[in-house]
Ligand binder design. Structure first.
Ligand SMILES: C[S@@+](CC[C@H](N)C(=O)[O-])C[C@H]1O[C@@H](n2cnc3c(N)ncnc32)[C@H](O)[C@@H]1O
Length: 372
């Protein structure tokens, strides 16, 4: 386990043990670090000078490593150049290997004030190996950071425009919700171009395109074209204010010809959806000829425009038999009767009986006068 032997074994010796085993120390944690991709976090406290991890990869002569970078057209931060016995060589950890040490290649670069470890060459059987050692006391949960030894011009992320970094602690596990970047190429700057915050991904535009509620579809303009009038109410009979004009075309739609239903509301569009009734055919004008219905409003005087048939009212008979002075009173009586008819049948009966009595009286009087 990490640190179990560190009090008994010198750091260089401990490093050699792990180099020979080609294993990582147990317990280190790989985490996604905002704006950096993966990073390595310590599971326990380390003292200054403690061995931490081996930097893995293929040992290449400087010339070979430079040729590779020339071919690729750019330097790789996964290639670490070093001098050993006056000779420059390179560990190339560009390829991620399944076996052997691997945490060392995931340790990020730190600014001078951030660094807590450094790279040292450990010679085992005269072969150079690279290992990370603590350069200060490292607390539990700290991200390991060291100097890549490259000028800023060769650090790719330094040339990227980065959004303001949210303050993050290595123990902040919010970044664990982000999947590790699939590519860990040093020049793969996808994690820079696509910040880890889900809400800030350039491809995530969900905060800009809201669902339209069924009622807010851009294509659904019904609510815009026909906004409910502020005065709208179930009693709003505005559609009654526009009766079919006398000159209405026979092609007028049925809902214009149909009288408004008592239950109609401004929002009730059933009259639009209902097929025309047989009596509402554009050619059927019977509704214009029909007498007012019994339920017509008492104030509806349209029935007055239609002549009464001779037998339709006793007034006609009266007008023929009563004297002129009495006849002149008839229109008043007629109006009264019309109103009474609308309001109450009982009133009508009373009025009729009164009228007939009056009529009887006048006829008798006339007969008496004639006989005298
Ligand atoms: C050796 S790798 C380190 C592991 C890497 N973070 C990963 O997820 O694979 C070097 C790469 O890590 C990123 N990186 C390392 N240090 C960084 C830092 N201080 N700031 C931003 N990115 C960093 C860069 O993308 C760089 O190309």
């Amino acid at each position: 386990m990490v640190g179990q032997r560190r009090k008994r074994i010198k750091p260089d010796k401990e490093a050699e043990i792990y180099i020979r085993k080609q294993e990582d120390k147990q317990g280190f944690v790989v985490k996604e670090i905002p704006l950096k991709g993966r990073g390595v976090v310590t599971p326990e406290e380390f003292d200054n000078g403690d061995f931490l991890l081996q930097y893995p990869g293929k040992l290449l002569p400087e010339s070979v490593a430079e040729a590779l970078e020339e071919d690729e057209g750019h330097p790789s931060v996964f290639r670490y150049f070093f001098s050993f016995k006056g000779k420059t060589s390179c560990y190339d950890a560009t390829e991620e290997t399944e076996k052997g040490p691997s945490y060392g290649r995931l340790v990020n670069h730190g600014e001078p004030h951030e660094r807590n470890c450094n790279m040292k060459v450990i010679s085992v059987e005269d072969v150079p190996y690279l290992c990370l050692f603590a350069s200060e006391t490292i607390r539990v949960g700290s991200e390991l950071l060291y100097d890549y030894g490259l000028p800023d011009a060769k650090l790719p992320w330094k040339h990227m425009e980065q959004p303001p970094s949210p303050s993050s602690s290595p123990l902040d596990t919010s970044h664990q919700e982000q999947p590790p970047s699939p590519s860990s190429s040093p020049l793969d700057t996808s994690h820079h171009e696509q910040p880890l915050s889900p809400s800030s991904s350039p491809l995530d535009t969900s905060h800009q395109e809201q669902p339209l509620s069924p009622s807010s579809s851009p294509l659904d303009t019904s609510h815009q074209e026909q906004p409910p009038s502020p005065s709208s109410s179930p009693l709003d009979t505005s559609h009654q204010e526009q009766p079919p004009s006398p000159s209405s075309s026979p092609l007028d739609t049925s809902h214009q010809e149909q009288p408004p239903s008592p239950s109609s509301s401004p929002l009730d569009t059933s009259h639009q959806e209902q097929p025309p009734s047989p009596s509402s055919s554009p050619l059927d004008t019977s509704h214009q000829e029909q007498p007012p219905s019994p339920s017509s409003s008492p104030l509806d005087t349209s029935h007055q425009e239609q002549p009464l048939s001779p037998s339709s009212s006793p007034l006609d008979t009266l007008s023929q038999i009563v004297p002129e002075s009495h006849y002149l009173r008839m229109p008043n009586v007629s109006v009264r009767m019309s109103v009474y008819l609308s309001f109450s049948y009982s009133w009508l009966l009373l009025d009729y009986s009164e009228l007939w009595e009056h009529c009887h009286y006048n006829v008798n009087t006339m007969l008496l006068q004639k006989s005298m």
